[in-house]
Write a protein that binds this ligand. Structure first.
Ligand SMILES: [Zn+2]
Length: 276
């Protein structure tokens, strides 16, 4: 599933291609993508809109229109976006396409169909996002003290707390496991039990993991690709994720796989001892 670095990489690739472009035709062929609204209804609203900017909030891609409307795209499990010359054949699992005024088009594909497209007026957008996502971990406002506050009093596993988008925006299974390894923290540690020093380590590790992910343009495991079809290369940098049985890069102990918060979880049993 695309996480913050994957969505940010898509945003950075698409922004120069889409900003200033007018949507001349919108075709949406999947009612699950736009529910509770009919696909034709959303498509009609998009036609004629001019794109002002692309932004991101957590794992949400925000296509901001000059009119003030925002198309909020969430890729969920298997959604992806492709930018290309208009008029080519349907792509496998294509669900929607936006034809632009420069003869290009943006195509949305989704194998599992959990992705969503929603259109918001300015007054509704902030409320919608604030109810679903916490602070942006790469923003200047995200400090170790803020992280400590978000984790305080929580009896859940640290991994579960970090996967909760209301704790922090944009983390998923890959970057949580990588950050916890860097911070020497066991994923099952009680979230509210972290010492101030451990919280500082975790804060730095989260930012480093996400920054590396962006620098490598995301991790391509199955469905994720950049809008030109190229792969990211973060998968070549994993320290623990998906590396069960391989030696830890720090201590050579074999990486273990377990299940926490219902998710496959990889960690080094020697570097990441459980605190509580
Ligand atoms: Zn180790």
């Amino acid at each position: 599933m695309p996480e913050l670095p994957e969505v940010e990489s898509i945003r950075r690739s698409l922004e120069p291609l889409l900003a200033g472009r007018k949507i001349v035709r919108a075709e949406i062929g999947d009612s699950r993508l736009t529910r509770p609204f009919a696909p034709g209804e959303l498509a009609a609203e998009l036609e004629g809109e001019r794109i002002a900017a692309l932004e991101r909030r957590g794992k949400y891609l925000l296509v901001q229109m000059q009119s003030g409307l925002t198309l909020v795209v969430h890729l969920r499990m298997t959604g992806s976006l492709r930018h290309r010359r208009a008029g080519a054949d349907l792509l496998p699992y294509e669900r929607a396409r936006l034809a632009l005024d420069d003869g290009s088009e943006l195509v949305y594909r989704d194998v599992r169909r959990f992705g969503t497209w929603q259109l918001f007026a300015p007054s509704e957008l902030e409320e919608y996002l604030d109810a679903r996502v916490g602070p942006e971990p790469l923003s200047p406002e995200f400090t170790a003290a803020l992280l400590r506050g978000r984790l305080a009093g929580r009896q859940t596993a640290l991994k579960a707390a970090l996967l909760d988008q209301r704790t922090l925006a944009g983390l998923g299974n890959i970057y949580v496991d990588e950050a916890l390894w860097s911070a020497h923290l066991h994923p099952a540690t009680v979230a509210g039990s972290l010492s101030p020093r451990a919280t500082v380590r975790l804060h730095g590790a989260i930012r480093e993991a996400l920054a590396l992910g962006i620098a490598r343009q995301g991790a391509t495991l199955r469905d994720y690709a950049l809008p030109d079809g190229e792969s990211g290369s973060m998968q070549n940098e994993f320290r623990v994720y998906g590396r069960e049985g391989e030696p830890c890069d720090r201590c050579r102990t074999a990486i273990l796989k377990t299940r926490i918060a219902g998710r496959g979880t990889w960690f080094c049993p020697r570097c990441q001892r459980r605190l509580v």
